[in-house]
Each structure stands twice: as C-alpha cells, then as structure tokens.
Design a protein around this ligand. Sequence first.
Ligand code: HEC
Length: 227
Amino acid sequence: MNRAPFLFLGIFLALALSFVGLVLTNQISYGAFLTHVDEGEGKAFPLQAPGLAAQGKLVYQDLGCVSCHTQQVRREGFGSDIGEKSRGWGERQSVARDYLRESRVLLGSQRIGPDLRNFAARKNADGTEHTASALYAYLYHPQAVVKTSNMPAYKYLFKTQPIIGQGSAKALKLPAAAGHEVVPTARAEALVAYLLSLKDTYAYPETKNVYTAPAAAKTQPAKESHK
Ligand code: HEC
C-alpha cells in the first residue's frame, strides 16, 4: 500500500495546526489593535517614546536590566503587584495595547527588583516625583541609597572630568578628586530618560474591564494632604 498520501497529510496537518495555534489565533486576538486616538487630548496612545528614551531602551537591553526587572503589572490573583497593601507597581494590570509601539517587549521573567513598567508614574516614599539626579546617584551606587541593595553599581555609565568654570549642572553630589566632578555619560542620560518615560496609566476602552486598584481613588486625597 502506498502510504505517501497519509504521510503527506500528517505533515500538512501538523504544520497547519501549529500555524493556526501559534500565528493565526494571535493575529486574530491582537492583530487588529491600533493606537487609541484620544480626540480630547489630540494624541494617539500609547505615546511614541521620545528619541532619547528610545536610545535609553537600547542601553537597558544592553546592560541586561531585564534579568532582574520585569515590565508587566499583573492583576490580583497572579501576584501582589497592584493596590495599597501590595507592592503598588501600578494602578491597573498591563494590557496588550500598552506594548503596541515596541518592536521588542522587555517583559522579563524574574522580579528580583521592582517591576519598572510604571516607574515614572510612581512616587518616592516621601511623595516626591522621581528625578534624573536621584536616578544618576542610584545607578552610580545603589547601596548608597538602599543599603541592602543587591542591584549592581553602574559606575561605568559615568565619567570623571576636570571642573571647568561653574562645573556641570548634572554632576553627582559626591566627593570626587580635587578639581574634578563625576558626570553622567550620554548612555546614562539616555537610560535615565527611558526610565522616566515608563508610564502606562492611560485608560483604554479595554482597561475598563481589567483589574484596577480599588484604592486608587483613595490615595489621591491622602497624597494631597502631604503638601
Ligand atoms: C541583580 C539584579 C538587578 C539588576 C541587574 C538591576 N537591578 Fe535595578 N534593582 C534591583 C533591586 C533588588 C532593586 C530594589 C531596590 C534596591 O534594593 O536597591 C532595584 C531597584 C531599581 C530601581 C528603583 C525602582 C523603584 O521602584 O524604586 C530602578 C529605577 C532600577 N533598579 C533600575 C535598574 C536599571 C536601569 C538596571 C540596568 C542598568 C537595573 N536596575 C539592573 C536589582 C537589579
């Protein structure tokens, strides 16, 4: 008996089913996603990252930050990322459209450090916003900021240069060698611009149906009374 047709059919089915399962179903679920044009704001969300932040993403990829930091806020039941009593990594879970503009999505797999997807939307413990200067100091020497930190120091993102005139406004507040100052390199500046652009707070139509922190509304007045 000639088994060639069966063999052919088997191979064809195996390939066709994997194509349907791996490619087609994803295409049907996510392929139709477009940016969401907000008429009121006159912008299309998610916003295109500014040029410097896009360069900083490459630095982030280069340095392997993704090995310790994720960029995906999970809903309740899958982790304690959202909400007052949890780690407060976001006010809603991440949705597929948040990543629409990214050709390489840096979801990560290990949460050794905090999730950074909403880093720029979060505040410091004292209620102040994250600033570039604080981030430079942190990247230069994390243990000077968080004593027990196991985040590596990225000193090579900074250079020591002689102070000319008034010195650089970006210089780190460190005791450097006499007449010298420590300043961020272009890579450090790009990386920090990237970190300060990480913010997924926009409410898309589909985010009405996803998990949002119930305490989100309550935190606002509490923060205001700090001022
Ligand atoms: C070995 C794991 C590790 C690596 C690699 C790492 N981090 Fe971290 N990171 C941490 C940990 C742990 C923390 C938590 C705070 C602490 O202990 O300092 C942290 C905290 C942070 C924070 C503060 C987050 C917050 O919500 O306060 C930022 C920003 C950050 N890391 C950025 C980076 C960047 C950028 C890189 C790559 C250049 C990087 N990290 C690489 C472990 C790591």
